[in-house]
Write a protein that binds this ligand. Sequence first.
Ligand code: SAM
Length: 236
Amino acid sequence: MNSQNEHKPYAGREDTDQKPALDRSVSMVEVTGFEARHYDVLMNLITGGTYPWFIRRVVRDMSIRPDDDILIFGSGTGRNACLMRRYLHAEGSILGLDIGDEMLTQARKRCRGRSNVTFEKLRIDEPLPYSEAFDKVFMAFVMHGFVQEDRERIIDNAFAALRPGGEFLILDYAECEPTESSWLVRKVFQMECPLATDFVRRDFQRILSAHGFEHFDVHLYYLGHVRLLSACRPPA
Ligand SMILES: C[S@@+](CC[C@H](N)C(=O)[O-])C[C@H]1O[C@@H](n2cnc3c(N)ncnc32)[C@H](O)[C@@H]1O
């Protein structure tokens, strides 16, 4: 038994010895081509047209302050950045990081003329040049696509980028055991990459705690299958 098993109802499922090793080759998080160019439309279709309302609610639940400096990990088409900007005054700012050229092109076009919203081509799973510079780090449907080693590096990057007291917000699938879930949930995880199943079996509050975060808060959506998990970097 590892120490993780003492904490969660999904105990034991984080053991890897009985499962094929998950490596980076199974990841589907780098979105390119047709899927990248039509990403927003595809998300609207997959969610039966509910995505625009859902993501507005998430952004509202982020409790953005007008002067927040927000860093987005895997900013995609810029849709989330545009929604967040509505809550900011001129003193606030948004910086989106992504590696997809098609995603960055759409994001820059969408946020053109908004001087406090910028995008950079940077990998979030490699060391980043930010230290205590942001009030919030946000990532939506990105974390599940990485192997655990890279997820932990991303968590460290978020911690370093946040000012003391700042907040890391992870919007992604909620913890569950897919094989014990409804037919629809099982189908979703069959279509997703295996890393998504690995992700939902892990206790991210415990993992974030181990990386120095505290004061967790949770908002649930889509019948509890999607979670906005926020965690604070302790104040100085
Ligand atoms: C599933 S999409 C989500 C996009 C956006 N967060 C959203 O919710 O609309 C994943 C995004 O992460 C980006 N991405 C994947 N790997 C990355 C990495 N290592 N560094 C930065 N961005 C990455 C992809 O290019 C893509 O835009």
